[in-house]
Write a new protein. Structure first.
Length: 231
């Protein structure tokens, strides 16, 4: 059986790509590519990105099994599997709408200033977003339990990844990423309004303080459009 690198290298040669170019295209480090060259393989997320980049089937690239190329036209297949069969409790998920950079809270706080100059290597990694979004969308890892509301929806646990669209207009009740003027990084809360006054609300009923009033001292960096929960 071929190694991961042996399956990947011919596709790189066709596009005249070396390790630096591949690393930039996937948004990973030179060392990550070198590990694959030396006998390793990508995890599921980077394998998906590499397969998408070269038009390969993710299963074939990961294990050398099945069809090498992704089907050129998925329309008929999608129509056939949209409805779940009686003997299964799953159905086809949404198609990826593009790759989104996973960044830090510090980067999110300055996103409007750095978005246009952001480079692939500046992100921790790139993740596929299943929802339509603007070109400036980014994602963050949730830190702490302030947005975790046990037994309720929506709820965001420590370690969940949220997708944030800066070009979506924030409405009262939306979950938003906000930069407070007196902090170097952003925070994730629900936008609320009462009697003409705006607040940021923690979904966790036990979080202190649960409400933070904002009065011209905060900038909304984007609206949360979804989340991804790592296994």
């Amino acid at each position: 059986m071929t190694t991961y690198w042996e399956r990947l290298q011919p596709e790189m040669k066709i596009r005249a790509m070396g390790i630096p170019e591949l690393a930039a295209a996937l948004g990973v480090s030179f060392q990550a590519i070198a590990k694959v060259r030396d006998g390793g393989s990508f995890g599921s997320v980077n394998n998906f990105k590499a397969a998408q980049l070269f038009g390969l089937a993710p299963e074939w690239l990961a294990r050398g099994k099945g069809l090498k190329k992704s089907p050129a036209n998925q329309t008929n297949v999608t129509k056939q599997v949209d409805a779940p069969r009686a003997d299964t409790n799953v159905m086809q998920g949404p198609q990826a709408q593009g790759m989104v950079p996973l960044i830090s809270l510090v980067q999110a706080g300055n996103w409007s200033a750095i978005a246009d100059t952001f480079q692939p290597g500046d992100a921790e990694e790139w993740l596929p977003c299943p929802r339509r979004h603007s070109s400036k969308t980014f994602c963050l890892t949730v830190k702490g339990d302030s947005m975790h509301s046990p037994g309720a929806k929506p709820s965001y646990a420590d370690g969940d990844i949220i997708f944030v669209d800066p070009e979506m207009a924030a409405q009262v009740g939306d979950r938003v990423v906000v930069r407070l003027d007196d902090k170097d990084e952003a925070t994730f809360k629900q936008l609320m309004e009462e009697d003409g006054r705006r607040y940021l609300k923690a979904l966790n009923p036990d979080w202190k303080p649960r409400y933070i009033e904002i009065n011209g001292n905060a900038t909304i960096c984007g609206v949360v459009i979804g989340k991804w929960v790592p296994e």
